[in-house]
Design a protein around this ligand. Structure first.
Ligand code: XMP
Length: 321
């Protein structure tokens, strides 16, 4: 890799912010830039850097792709509004579900999300805004995993030899590309973002699609969204790197109220990890697991089986897709 990492012990967040704000302002000149905010640490940090550099000449969009967690679009838009950043909510749910229809292969799902996001939806927004720059929160680990061929991160383009100017009509600016997550969190904190943002557990770009094995439908996303909300509620007090619910493709036989029910399986994963490159399942108390199983089988329609994942990464990965 050509990019040099800036490690947390080498990082001076205030200086870094000053430098990046200058770089963004210089690159964009008197033009305009756009960026997509998802509410994650990376895109939130980039939004604040861009806002500092460009003020209203940065147009920030929140693309509702239909695959986010419960209440996420509204929560993120109102948080940034309270920080003085105007965010436009774009409803692109139909386009994403159409692009995902019938796809089984994990990498193809990721590719469908990438294309829908960068070409269909963002291509249109950039054209409408007449911006020539796209600010994006790609971080060092995204590039590393994609280049190593572990998992294609949805936001890595340039390092795969994709010329965004030629293909999509805009130039990418990636101010966080030298940082891993812990360093990004330091910058986010120094930018004055609230703890709920800088301390937020990671959530993948392909969102709940990374948690549906097999074909993705609105109904399946709705199921895994409910299960994810329960996992987050029940495990809120657990010190873990990331906790997630996965919906399996295969159904299994269950029994409810004395009747056979051929139903869904949810797998719960909860990880201890430093930087996601390796990870170990959290040793959750049995009572916590039992409560999770009880709530998921009674609150998520059609779920008759709940399992807990115990294999390490590697050879597992954190997400299932
Ligand atoms: P894996 O599943 O590769 O995940 O062990 C490592 C970490 O990265 C997150 N992840 C993603 N993040 N875009 C992202 O921004 C993606 O395409 C993506 N895929 C996985 C995952 O949640 C975990 O924290």
């Amino acid at each position: 890799m050509q990019i040099t990492e800036i490690r947390p012990d080498e990082l001076n967040p205030k200086e870094f912010i000053w430098e990046k704000v200058q770089e963004i302002a210089d690159a964009v000149g008197d033009g305009t830039a756009v960026n997509a905010l998802s509410g994650g640490v990376d895109s939130s940090t980039v939004t604040m850097l861009g806002h500092k550099a460009l003020g209203p000449r940065l147009k920030t969009y929140f693309v509702n792709n239909g695959i986010m967690r419960e209440g996420e679009p509204e929560r993120v838009v109102s948080l940034f509004r309270s920080l003085g950043v105007h965010v436009e909510l774009v409803d692109a749910q139909d386009e994403f579900f159409k692009a995902l229809a019938g796809i089984l292969d994990p990498e193809e799902k990721r590719e469908a999300i990438t294309q829908t996001f960068y070409k269909t939806v963002f291509g249109r927004l950039v054209k409408k805004s007449r911006a020539r720059f796209l600010l994006q929160g790609t971080i060092y680990t995204d590039v590393e995993e994609t280049v190593a061929g572990v998992k294609r991160q949805h936001n890595v383009l340039a390092q795969l030899g994709i010329d965004t100017k030629k293909r999509y009509g805009y130039t990418l600016l990636e101010p966080l590309i030298q940082l891993r997550k812990p360093a990004v969190r330091m910058v986010a904190k120094a930018l004055g973002l609230p703890k709920e943002v800088w301390n937020r557990p990671p959530f993948p770009g392909p969102a709940l699609v990374a948690r549906v094995v097999g074909p993705v439908t609105r109904e399946k996303i709705a199921l895994v969204r409910k299960a994810q909300a329960i996992v987050e509620e029940e495990l809120a007090g657990v010190k873990a790197f990331q906790c997630l619910a996965i919906l399996h493709e295969d159904k299994v036989t269950g029994v409810r109220a004395g009747k056979r029910e051929f139903g869904h399986q949810i797998e719960v994963r909860c990880w201890d990890s430093k930087d996601a490159t390796t990870a170990t399942p959290t040793r959750l108390p049995w009572s916590v697991l039992e409560r999770l199983a009880d709530r998921i089988t009674s609150e998520v329609p059609g779920v008759v089986s709940v399992t807990y994942h115990v294999a390490k990464k590697p050879p597992s990965t954190i997400e299932a897709v």
